[in-house]
Write a protein that binds this ligand. Structure first.
Ligand code: HEM
Length: 476
C-alpha cells in the first residue's frame, strides 16, 4: 500500500482517512490481528488511527522485543490526552519515556525487597483463599447457584492494598468497592469517541458540554482515585519507621525520597504525585487482570469437569487437606498446566500496549524507522491454530508430556515480554496458583444447567466473561 510504502512501513490493511483501520476490527482484536498477519505477513502496519507496526509471530517477538529490548523500552503514549485527563505521563504503566527506566528499576528492586513471594503476602493470599471458599460455601449452600465475582474482587483487592500501602483491610471494606467503581468509570469513559480522538484533536475539549461532559467526567474519576491514594499514603507515612525494612511499595518510595534529600541529590521523579500514580497503576494493572483471569478459570472448571476432576485428584493424592503453598508447584504438574491453559485460552489482553522504537531497527526483514509505534501482539500467538490446535479448546493436557510432567511452552506469554513486561507477574502467578488450587481443593464447581452456559465475553479494560452463575459444593 502506497501510504505505508512512503512512510517506509510494512504493508497492512488499507486505512480510511482519519479513522485509519479502527473500524475494521470486526471480531475480537486478537483474532482480527491474527487474520491480518496471515494475509500481510507476521510484521504488518495497522492505522489506529496513527500507524502502528504489529508483530504477531513468536520468533520475531523474541528476536526483536526480547533480544533488542533497549530499542523497545519506550511507550507510545497519547501525550495530549494524558496531559489533559491525568495530569501527565506519570505512574508505572504509561510513564514518560525519560522516566521509565529509573521508575521501573526502582519498582523492580522495591518489589523484590518487599518480596512478591514474601511469607507475609503469601500468607495473606492463603488466608484470603480460605476466606473466599468459606463465603462461597455459605452463599452456595443447598446448591444455590452463585456469582463468584464479588469475593474474588475482595481477595485480589486486599493483596494489592497490602503490596502498595502495607495495610490489610477488612475483607469487604467499602473503600475497595469505591476504588473499583472509580477506576471502572475511568476505563469505561476512555472508550468514549471524544476521548479516543482527544490526542489527535485536542480542540474536542471545547465541545465537551455538547457530548455530555465525557472529558470532565474522566478528570473527576481520576481526581477521586488520586484522592483515595493520597489518603492511604498519609496513613502509611504516619506509621513508617525509616530504620526498619520497608513493608510495602509506598514505604520504599518514601525511604528513597528521604535518602535523596539527605544526600542532597535531586529528588527528580521521586515525588508524592508520582508515588500516588504508581500505587493507582498497581491497582489499574493488577486488579481487573487477576480477577478476570480467575473468573475465566472458574468458567472453564464448570465447563470442563474432567479437567477439574484431574486437578482435584492430583491435590487429593499429593496434598490432602493441608494448606497449599508455592512450594507445591513442583508436585502439582496438572494444576500448573491448567493455569497456563487458562491464561492462554482466556487471553484477557486482546491487544497489548504499544511501544516506541528509539532508533532505526530491522524487524522480521523490515527496516523500521526511529519513533515508530510497535505493537508486540503476543495475544494473537495464543489463538493461532497453526501453533495450538483448536485454540479455543481448554486442554491442560497440551502442557503435559508422556512422563506426566508439566512442560512450559515459551510461546505462551500472558505477561508480555521485554523491558516493559508485566511488573506484577510474580504476585499474579502466586495469586492464580494459591487461589485456584485452594478453590478446587475445597470445592467443586458445576453448571446450574445440564449444558454449561456458553462462554460469552465482554470487552472492558480486559476481555472478561459475561456475568454467570455457578454451583459451588463443599468437598469437605
Ligand atoms: C493475571 C494477571 C496479570 C496479567 C495477565 C498481566 C499482564 C500484563 C501485560 C500484558 C502487561 C503489558 C506489558 C507490555 O506493555 O508489553 C502488563 C503490564 C504491567 N503490569 Fe501486569 N498483569 C497481571 C497482573 C498484574 C499485577 C498483580 C500487577 C501489580 C500489582 C501488575 C502490574 C503491571 C504493571 C505496573 C505493568 C506496566 C509495566 C511497564 O510498563 O513497565 N500486573 N501486565
Amino acid at each position: 500500500l502506497l501510504i505505508n510504502k512512503i512512510r517506509g512501513l510494512p504493508p497492512g490493511p488499507p486505512p480510511l482517512p482519519l479513522m485509519g483501520n479502527m473500524r475494521s476490527f470486526d471480531d475480537p482484536m486478537d483474532h482480527t490481528l491474527l487474520r491480518w498477519s496471515k494475509k500481510y505477513g507476521p510484521v504488518f502496519t495497522v492505522w489506529m488511527p496513527g500507524p502502528t507496526v504489529v508483530i504477531a509471530d513468536y520468533q520475531i517477538l523474541q528476536d526483536s522485543i526480547v533480544k533488542q529490548g533497549d530499542v523497545f523500552g519506550d511507550k507510545s503514549n497519547p501525550v495530549n490526552q494524558m496531559k489533559m485527563l491525568v495530569e501527565g505521563e506519570y505512574g508505572l504503566v504509561q510513564n514518560a519515556n525519560h522516566m521509565w527506566k529509573e521508575q521501573r528499576r526502582f519498582a523492580l528492586h522495591s518489589l523484590k525487597e518487599i518480596g512478591f513471594l514474601s511469607t507475609s503476602l503469601q500468607e495473606s493470599a492463603k488466608s484470603y483463599a480460605q476466606k473466599i471458599v468459606a463465603e462461597w460455601k455459605k452463599e452456595g449452600a443447598e446448591g444455590k447457584p452463585i456469582d463468584v465475582t464479588q469475593n474474588l474482587m475482595y481477595g485480589v483487592a486486599n493483596l494489592i492494598w497490602q503490596l502498595a500501602f502495607g495495610r490489610t483491610l477488612n475483607f469487604g471494606d467499602p473503600m475497595l468497592n469505591e476504588v473499583e467503581g472509580e477506576v471502572y468509570k475511568f476505563f469505561v469513559g476512555m472508550a468514549h469517541p471524544c476521548v479516543l480522538f482527544l490526542d489527535v484533536f485536542p480542540q474536542i475539549e471545547f465541545l465537551d458540554s455538547l457530548f455530555g461532559y465525557p472529558i470532565q467526567n474522566l478528570k473527576t474519576a481520576h481526581t477521586n482515585c488520586m484522592n483515595i491514594m493520597h489518603k492511604e499514603l498519609d496513613i502509611t507515612a504516619k506509621t513508617l519507621n525509616y530504620d526498619e525494612e520497608p513493608r510495602c511499595y509506598a514505604d520504599s518510595f518514601f525511604i528513597e525520597i528521604k535518602r535523596r534529600e539527605e544526600k542532597g541529590e535531586d529528588t527528580g521523579n521521586f515525588t508524592r504525585h508520582q508515588l500516588a500514580r504508581a500505587t493507582l497503576d498497581m491497582w489499574s494493572a493488577g486488579f481487573d487482570t487477576t480477577v478476570t483471569s480467575l473468573k475465566f478459570a472458574i468458567h472453564y472448571l464448570m465447563s470442563y469437569p474432567e479437567a477439574q476432576r484431574k486437578m482435584q485428584k492430583e491435590i487429593d493424592e499429593k496434598i490432602g487437606q493441608r494448606q497449599i503453598t508455592m512450594e507445591d508447584q513442583k508436585i502439582l504438574p496438572y494444576c500448573m498446566a491448567a493455569i497456563v491453559e487458562v491464561q492462554r485460552t482466556a487471553n484477557i489482553a486482546e491487544i497489548n500496549f504499544t511501544r516506541l522504537t528509539n532508533q532505526e531497527v530491522v524487524i522480521g526483514g523490515h527496516r523500521i524507522p526511529e519513533n515508530t509505534a510497535i505493537l508486540p501482539q503476543f495475544p494473537s500467538v495464543h489463538v493461532d491454530p497453526e501453533i495450538f490446535e483448536r485454540p479455543d479448546y481448554f486442554c491442560p493436557e497440551r502442557h503435559i508430556n508422556d512422563a506426566g510432567e508439566f512442560v512450559k511452552d515459551p510461546r505462551i506469554t500472558p505477561f508480555s515480554m521485554g523491558k516493559r513486561a508485566c511488573l506484577g507477574e510474580g504476585l499474579a502467578r502466586m495469586e492464580l496458583f494459591i487461589f485456584l488450587t485452594t478453590f478446587v481443593q475445597h470445592c467443586s464447581f458445576s453448571s446450574p444447567t445440564l449444558i454449561p452456559p456458553a462462554l460469552k465475553t465482554i470487552r472492558g479494560l480486559t476481555r472478561s466473561p459475561e456475568p454467570y452463575n455457578v454451583k459451588v459444593s463443599a468437598r469437605f
